[in-house]
Design a protein around this ligand. Sequence first.
Ligand code: PHE
Length: 341
Amino acid sequence: MKEQLKEIQATFVQKLQHVADAQELEQLRVEYLGKTGVLKEILRGMGKLPKEERPVMGALANEVRDALEESIEGKRQELKDRKLEEQIGREWIDITLPGKRPTLGHPHPNSLTTREIIDVFHSMGFVLEDGPEIDTVANNFDALNSPPDHPSRDFSDTFYFDETNLLRTHTSPVQVRTMMKQAPPIRMITIGRCFRNDALDATHSPMFTQCEGLVVDEGITMGDLKGTLEQMVQLLFGPETQSVFRPHNFPFTEPSAEVDITCFKCKGAGCRFCSGTGAIEILGCGMVHPDVLEYCGIDSEKYTGFAFGMGIERVTLLKYEIDDIRYLFENDQRFTRQFRR
Ligand code: PHE
């Protein structure tokens, strides 16, 4: 039996040398020390030994078992250390590699224009208002004195959801909303997206951004309108920029005008930019129609007001000399990253 134990220990040591990972080690442990393992098998045979040999053999068997357990523990530690070392070997940092520069975003040119316009009107005491892009036919057309047969109401021009709701075609419904919730004096602007069933080409887009302004108070005149818009034009396009008010027609203003500014490219001489006219149209405006004031619950005998609406993309294209509106909506970074505040 003594020989057998020695033998077991010797083969175990040999097998242990070939163990490559924790799983194999566990298999070996079960094979030798498990409930049905080699060692237990031997001990079961002890009953057949003469009585006086039993304690000696028992002690020897225990010794062997302790030795096996100890070598298994040693091997386990060895495997663990090796694994860690391998991992450390794999995970290394090459500190000579060049670093990664985080790419910084840039404001969209339309956002630059928007911020600039807000600054201009803040400096004149205007409050910034907001309104929804989906609005009612009543706010978008009816309240604004638009006759039932006005072409802009046509299905082919306006995106309707149903009989009462549409994608607003201009920001003017926000002036309606403001007049309905607030008594004069009113001095507000709003900037937001508008939608018209237009073609998409170099100068048109079915989605665009408008800036709307409204002032309502006692004694507001066309002079206030001219003064405010001339100031805005000079702050936006430079102090030598001239504005020309041309008579026009809008259902919601009377009288109405369109404003042309001197072409800042040719300074009025005439060029490709202004189609040779020396002037560029930038906005529509007028004195708020008394019917619109009354619709919104404002006494048109006591109060008068002016309003204007201006395309933001138009201003952006002019200021940054961009010749195609589609660049503004494609978000190609080769384009957008050229703009910095
Ligand atoms: N809402 C008009 C448009 O979209 C612009 C405008 C606004 C004109 C306010 C006059 C007064 O064309």
